[in-house]
Design a protein around this ligand. Sequence first.
Ligand SMILES: [Zn+2]
Length: 141
Amino acid sequence: MSNWLADWVADQLRSGAARRSAPAGVGGDAMYVYGSIGVDAALTSTGDIWVGTYDFDTVEGTAATVTWHRAVGLERLGFIVIAARRFPVLGGLLPARPANAAGCPACRATGDWHLFSADRKESLRIRGMICKTCGGLGWQS
Ligand SMILES: [Zn+2]
């Protein structure tokens, strides 16, 4: 991984454009790129994505314990696609589309999660959720 990412992540943290994240066991800088109910994702200066899931299953319902894991494959791609919508420079971390790649049928090549009717004639596009077949790229090689 080239240095531009490490420099960029450091810049985001220094300028306050992104919040610092500190997944357990990760050295170097990491910044939050996604946050939702019960799930956070952080990008490290080496291009790794770490996903934190919160366990709210406590008696008081207030304290939460977070468990981090390093995302690989489609899960990592999906979070980078989401992050690149907010920080376009991160598109540089995504693979280039090969000339012979086919559009992903599961999301109609949009990268967004789709729910299909039983006969697959109709679909509902869920913006902001990533297609689990292609990781949000919109194509498959
Ligand atoms: Zn897809």
